[in-house]
Write a protein that binds this ligand. Structure first.
Ligand SMILES: [Ca+2]
Ligand SMILES: [Ca+2]
Ligand SMILES: [Ca+2]
Ligand SMILES: [Ca+2]
Ligand SMILES: [Zn+2]
Length: 446
């Protein structure tokens, strides 16, 4: 790790001011370089300000733990070290300058002076605590990195030259730090919403799991992942939640809608006028290829599979009739999809295939789930619906001689799986054999 100016935290978390940028490709494929853990890392992150995985790029934010000022009582949560401690830090009056722990003269954080950030600190802290608890209780995922790493939340940064607009929030992957602006001009402080706090944390979760890069459709799925878990955690702790993102910090309206993405200039179909085409030169000025626009596609899919609806003429039945059960099934599928299937440069087409795979692996006997997921994607113009018809062994939507070949192969191979049994046990006697071939021939002959 000493070869790197800053490491991601996985290597002990140090910084080395005198080192020189020297990323190596090693055995990684083109476009990837070795990080401080010896893993292949997409070189896109070298271009993104402040984002790196142990490389010598500028960490962008001037943040040094030893400079953070202490008070009599600091907002530090060590109640569950296995999920990582939570450190909540005040940035009022600047952008990563004069940092102090949110602190108090007494064990209570009830001062109303904005400069002390008690209210914002309590919000950021409480929503972060709940986010960590949700990820652990429902998915067995601990801390921001899956290994119980600490969370740092910086609240109430304000506008300064060279900083970010204070009406925003962001995740910094170089430092694994969540940061929230003070708001103003129609906005409350950006930490004042469960769905926003979880959104930023989920960018960390994504960076540590799939590593979806922040550009074009991969970036749109990254953005959507954050909105989806924002919805799920808000639903967990706020009585089922709602179908908008960021509404609590807007005096009116919200940032995005799951039910109707076009309400906030997002497409709900790949042919919708708001859909952003692939951009070979993704950068800040074009929203990295429309990551905050095209996220409406997968946000809409999440809504459809949980709540069910007909979208552009395609019926998407909910995963479960009971909303809570439906939400939990979707949460399991999305978590598995992101944690174990998606890769950094995947696009929507690949994302669809991988979500179907995740669904099939998690729920191998559940044709309804599989069809719902396929229909959800199809309704936004990605892939087609999948219909399981007994006799259509090769699932090409017609029944003919090719299906007899497939059935013979299944008989020769023995041990058919659940799907093959459903499609091939035509006389419903619980096994596949010569009798089913006779049934299939009759089916073809009509
Ligand atoms: Ca809400
Ligand atoms: Ca919400
Ligand atoms: Ca067929
Ligand atoms: Ca049979
Ligand atoms: Zn985001």
């Amino acid at each position: 790790c000493e070869e790197y100016c800053w490491d991601y935290g996985d290597c002990g978390g140090g910084s080395y001011s005198d080192c020189v940028v020297s990323p190596q490709q090693g055995n990684c494929e083109n476009g990837y370089i070795l990080d401080c853990n010896g893993e292949c890392f997409n070189d896109w992150y070298m271009q993104f300000p402040g984002v790196g995985n142990g490389f010598c790029n500028d960490p962008w934010l001037d943040y040094a733990e030893e400079d953070i000022v202490l008070g009599p009582y600091n907002m530090v949560d060590e109640s569950n070290p296995s999920l990582g401690n939570i450190y909540t830090i005040n940035s009022y009056g600047g952008f990563y300058t004069d940092l102090s722990y949110v602190n108090s003269e007494t064990p209570e954080f009830t001062e109303s002076s904005t400069s002390l950030s008690h209210k914002s600190g309590v919000s950021a802290h409480d929503y972060q605590r709940k986010t960590l608890d949700y990820f652990w209780n429902h998915h067995g995922y601990s801390g921001i990195d899956g290994n119980g790493k600490r969370t740092i939340s910086v609240v109430n940064y304000t506008n300064v030259a060279g900083g970010l607009d204070q009406r925003n929030a962001f995740y910094n992957a170089a430092l694994d730090v969540l940061t929230y602006g003070l708001g103003g001009n129609g906005y409350r402080p950006f930490c004042a919403a469960q769905d926003i706090v979880t959104h930023e944390f989920t960018h960390g979760y994504t960076a540590h799991t799939s590593g979806l890069i922040y550009r074009n459709q991969a970036g749109a799925m990254n953005e959507s992942m954050s909105d989806v878990f924002g919805y799920l955690v808000e639903a967990e702790y706020q009585n089922g939640g709602d179908w908008t993102q960021g509404e609590d910090v807007h005096y009116t309206g919200a940032s995005r809608s799951f039910i109707n993405p076009p309400d906030y200039n997002q497409p709900d179909h790949v042919d919708h006028p708001y859909f952003v085409a692939y951009n070979p030169n993704p950068q800040w000025s074009n929203d990295f290829g429309g990551v905050h626009y095209n996220s409406g596609i997968t946000n809409k899919i999440m809504y459809l599979v949980i709540a069910g609806d007909t979208h552009y003429g395609i019926e998407v039945p909910p995963l479960e009739e009971n909303l809570n059960a439906s939400r939990q099934a979707a949460a399991n599928i999305w978590f598995a999809w992101s944690s174990f299937y998606l890769d950094p440069e995947d696009d929507f087409e690949i994302g669809r295939v991988k979500m179907l795979q995740a669904c099939n692996d998690l729920y191998p006997d559940n044709f309804n789930y599989y069809q719902t997921i396929a229909s959800g994607w199809a309704s936004t113009g990605i892939g087609s619906e999948i219909v399981f018809t007994p006799g259509d062994l090769n699932q090409d939507q017609s029944i003919n001689i090719l299906d007899i070949v497939e059935l013979v192969n299944i008989i020769l191979n023995g041990s058919p799986d659940e799907t093959q049994l459903y499609l091939g046990d035509l006389n419903s006697d619980g096994s596949i054999n010569i009798l089913d071939i006779i049934e299939l021939v009759n089916l073809i002959l009509g």
